[in-house]
Structures are given as C-alpha cells and as structure tokens.
Design a protein around this ligand. Structure first.
Ligand code: TXA
Ligand code: MG
Length: 366
C-alpha cells in the first residue's frame, strides 16, 4: 500500500507571500519533493523539472499516465529561452503581449529538459504564470518547476486549496494555500513547434487574441471540441502510446463522480429541456449547473434539482469559467447521480469552458 506522507499546509498572502514559507517550500522542491501551489489558472503540483526522480513523484501522487507530459513553469522569459533550442519570433511576440499569463507555449526543447518531463516528445511546454506565489516559489527554488494541475488524474482541476487537499492530502509534501484562483480553467496551450501555430487547449488567452497578435489563423487541434478519447486504450490510469501532439487530450478528464450531461439549444430551450429532465427522472438525484439568467426557472419548477450551482451570467463568460470546476466538485459533495450543465457559445473563453465540458461529459448531450 502507498505510504502516507504528512502533507504540510501553509496559508500564504497572494500579493506578499511570507518569504520564510516560500523558502521552506522552495527547499522541498530543491530536495526533490512535491509542492502544490496556486497559479492564476488552477493549482499546480510542482517538483524540480530538471530532476527525473522528483518528476516521477508527481506521476505517482496523481496516478497520472506516464505518457502524459508536464508543463515547465518559469519565472522569467530568460529562463524560458534557456529551456528551448529555438525561440521563434512568434514566441517573442506572444510573450511580450501575454506573459506572464495563462498561455503555455510548446517549443523545441533544449537538451537539459529530461524525457520524464516531455514524455519523450521533441517539444517542451513552457508557462510563465501571473501569480506572485507561483513566481516567488519558482524564483526561490532556482529551477524550472514541472507542474500539472494538482488533482488526482481524471478529476476536475483544483481552483482552491481545499480541492487540492481533498485529492492529494497524504500524497504530497506541501500545500501552499493562496486563496481561490482567478481564471479557473487551465492555460491556453499553443504549439509553435511545427510549421504553423496549433491551439492544443483553449484557455485564459483566447484563440482570437492569439490570431490578432500573430496576424495568422490559428488551427484548432481536432480534439478540442471532441470529448471522446480517440484511442480507447488511453483511459485514465493506463500507459499511453499515442503520439498525438498533446497527449493529455486523449485521457479521461475533468470528470466528477456523477455522470455529466451537456444541455444544448438556445437558453430558453435549455431551460425547457432541464425542467423536462427533472420531471421525467424523479428517481435520480440531479444537480444542475445553470447560468444566472436561467437559474430561477429551476428553483420555481415543480421538481427542483437536488443541487443547483449558479455559474454566472451569460454576459460574463470569464465568471462562468472561474466557477466551472468548483461547481462540478460541489455537485459531487452533494452526492448527485447526474449533473446537467447549460452550454454557452464556444467563443473567447467560452471555447475553454466548452472544451472542458465536452471532456467531462464525454460528449453526452441532450
Ligand atoms: O494552467 C495550467 O496550464 C495548469 C497550471 C498548474 O499551470 N497546468 C496544467 O497542467 O493544466 P496539466 O498537466 O494538467 O495539463 C497540461 C497539458 C496536458 O494535456 C499535457 O498533455 C500537455 O499539456 N503537454 C504538456 N507538455 C507537452 C508537450 N511537451 N507537448 C505536448 N503537450 C504537452
Ligand atoms: Mg490537468
């Protein structure tokens, strides 16, 4: 059986994290341990990105398939440039506009980057996060920090330290609690390793912003709005053999315990479908993730949901993004069987929300 660790837990001020706490966590990183820390997107589970043995602990703690590579987090552009074999003009343009921020770039890796990080791929994913705690930790560690989202593999990403605790307490060395994250969905991943830029995962920096900055059309990887893993052998927990450009796209993901179903159509149609579903499935405990505009119609329906989460206004997609993962987790806490989720247009950060939702629902919809 897995040996249970004592996970040290520290609260830190987001803007001015106490130097002694940061130094203690940085020492854990330097000594090959694991530290969960906040970023502006979601919490990450970090280890020394130049030490394959430390990186291995991340895979073990999360139960992550070995074929799924990790992002290296840096605290400066110079540090990023030192981890790649070429830094193309597109990288410079995007870095100037969006970094530090929720954009991860995939570039040809330098030889210093271990195979354990890239899962043997020729590209390395680099991220310069816009969060004072993350930056202080990376800087104080003196090494790039390899970090996936700090959840058990397959679970929704953590947007607060309580989510990290519930998944990883006893499996990692330290949790730094810097409060809830702002963006709430993981960073945009853009590959600059091929002939043309390809968006592998939509996120906080939108496709539209990247296209405007580069003056070219940005191709979407075909799996972005396809929740079904194309290679059924690559389920969570199995070894991956795929050579896909973003292996993580093919693993079961973002899934709470309950069965997630997307609800399509215009907002009124969605409300009608959800009320019908509640009426015709009275034997099940049903959770609903609703927009603010539609929420009241479920509370007033003859059969209200067992649990209702209000994601935010349709006019404010960033608000919806910031609450999405915690809303899924809250439904599990309320022990629902089914989670019905309203859909929003797949544009701007709405593309990131719909991408996570398709994956969580494994493309099921009504
Ligand atoms: O916002 C974020 O990006 C968060 C925070 C903690 O920084 N991190 C995060 O990491 O979401 P993770 O591991 O949960 O998702 C990273 C995705 C995975 O799907 C992985 O397959 C892909 O990035 N990836 C990592 N390195 C890659 C590489 N070298 N080539 C292609 N895809 C890569
Ligand atoms: Mg993840």
């Amino acid at each position: 059986m897995r040996q249970v660790k004592t996970t040290r837990y520290y609260k830190v001020d987001r803007e001015h994290p106490a130097p002694d706490i940061i130094e203690a966590a940085a020492r854990v990183i330097r000594e090959g341990g694991t530290v969960a820390f906040p970023t502006e997107t979601v919490y990450g589970l970090g280890a020394n990105g130049l030490d394959p043995e430390a990186v291995e602990k991340i895979f073990q703690a999360k139960g992550r398939p070995r074929g799924n590579p990790l992002i290296l987090h840096v605290s400066s552009l110079d540090q990023a440039r030192g981890l790649v074999s070429t830094w193309p003009p597109e990288a410079e343009t995007l870095a100037r506009l969006f970094l530090p921020g929720p954009l991860t770039l995939i570039l040809p890796r330098a030889s210093a980057v271990p195979d354990a990080v890239t899962a043997g791929l020729p590209g390395v994913a680099l991220r310069y996060p816009a969060h004072p705690v993350a930056l202080a930790l990376i800087e104080s560690s003196g090494v790039p920090i390899a970090a996936p989202s700090a959840n058990l593999s397959g679970h929704p990403s953590p947007t607060c330290a309580a989510h990290v605790r519930s998944d990883l307490d006893g499996r990692i060395d330290v949790i730094l609690d810097g409060g809830p994250t702002e963006v709430g969905v993981e960073s945009t991943i853009l590959s600059l390793a091929g002939d043309r830029p390809v968006l592998l995962r939509p996120g906080g920096v939108t496709r539209e912003q990247i296209e405007k900055a580069l003056g070219v059309e940005v191709k979407l990887h075909e799996a972005v709005l396809n929740g079904t893993p194309e290679n059924p052998e690559n389920g969570a927990g199995s070894e991956a053999t795929t050579t896909a450009p973003c292996p993580g796209l093919f693993f079961k993901h973002y899934a709470p315990r309950a069965r997630v179903i997307m609800v399509t159509g215009d907002p009124d149609r969605q409300a009608a479908k959800i009320r019908d579903y509640l009426n015709s499935h009275q034997d099940l405990r049903i959770g609903v993730l609703a927009t603010k505009e539609n929420a009241v119609s479920y509370l007033e329906s003859t059969i209200p949901p067992a649990h209702l989460e209000i994601l935010g206004s349709r006019r404010n997609p960033p608000e919806i993004a910031s609450r999405f993962f915690s809303a899924l987790r809250n439904c599990d806490d309320h022990e629902v069987d089914i989670i019905l989720v309203e859909t929003i247009p797949a544009a701007g950060i709405g593309l990131a929300v719909m991408n996570r939702l398709c994956r969580a629902a494994e493309n099921r919809s009504i």
